[in-house]
Write a new protein. Structure first.
Length: 148
């Protein structure tokens, strides 16, 4: 395995019950809260807005038998947030499962890394999806307007 951000990697979502899921975004947010001691700073560190970070924590806290994060109000230098023992356990389990799963499929991921053509140095990586210039235009004979 490599630290190359374009190398194939395994990411997963842990589904505990129908409304309970911990995926890469929530796990990264929990880790950032543990590191920064702040939901706002953790949101910034993970590329989330303050509101989205708070919403995820509020929703996640309500779906476990114990809160994963506790916070106190107070603003700059007076407030803060930290993981509860349950939050530390959930984060540790997620990271352990992800690490073991990645180790189990490491050889397959290395094979996957050999499949695409390498971009020339300085070239933008190819990404699937709309709006990046990589997709061909949709031809009119394949497009059906269903708004009627």
């Amino acid at each position: 395995m490599t630290d190359d951000p374009l190398a194939p990697r395994l990411r997963f979502r842990l589904l505990l019950d129908r409304p309970v899921a911990i995926g890469p975004g929530k796990a990264d947010l929990l880790a950032a809260i543990a590191r920064t001691g702040s939901i706002a700073a953790a949101g910034r560190a993970t590329g989330m807005s303050h509101g989205k970070a708070w919403a995820l924590i509020t929703a996640t806290n309500g779906r476990f038998r114990e809160a994963l994060v506790v916070s106190c109000r107070g603003g700059h230098a007076h407030g803060g947030a930290e993981l509860t023992p349950m939050g530390e356990t959930v984060l540790a389990l997620c990271r352990a499962i992800e690490r073991r799963a990645s180790q189990a499929v490491a050889a397959d991921l290395d094979c996957c890394a050999q499949l695409p053509a390498r971009n020339p140095p300085g070239a933008e990586p190819f990404r699937l999806g709309r709006g990046n210039g990589a997709d061909p235009p949709i031809s009119s004979d394949r497009h059906v307007d269903r708004r009627r």
